[in-house]
Design a protein around this ligand. Structure first.
Ligand SMILES: [Zn+2]
Length: 86
């Protein structure tokens, strides 16, 4: 699943759009085009599982979609344990 959300750099706080493939990989590593910082993005909080329920005996396929905010916050790689707000 490819999408092109806007990301906010954790370092320079500028936003940039980038095409990302969310298939099976909720954690992404991007590079800020402005300051070159490595930006870690965890897409898991935005993931939504859509389950198709039918009355038939076979279960419908479940699909995973993403409900992304207008701007996705990024984090410094390796710093995900702390919840510091700049
Ligand atoms: Zn930046």
């Amino acid at each position: 699943m490819k999408t092109r959300p806007s990301f906010e750099c954790w370092r320079c706080e500028r936003t940039f759009g980038q095409v990302v493939d969310l298939e099976g990989k909720p954690v992404l590593l991007l590079e800020c085009p402005y300051c070159g910082a490595e930006c870690k993005v965890d897409m898991a909080p935005y993931r939504r599982r859509v389950i198709t329920v039918t009355r038939d005996e076979e279960a419908g396929p479940s699909t995973v979609g993403y409900a992304l905010p207008e701007t996705v916050k990024t984090f410094k790689p390796g710093d995900e344990e702390s919840e510091q707000e700049a």
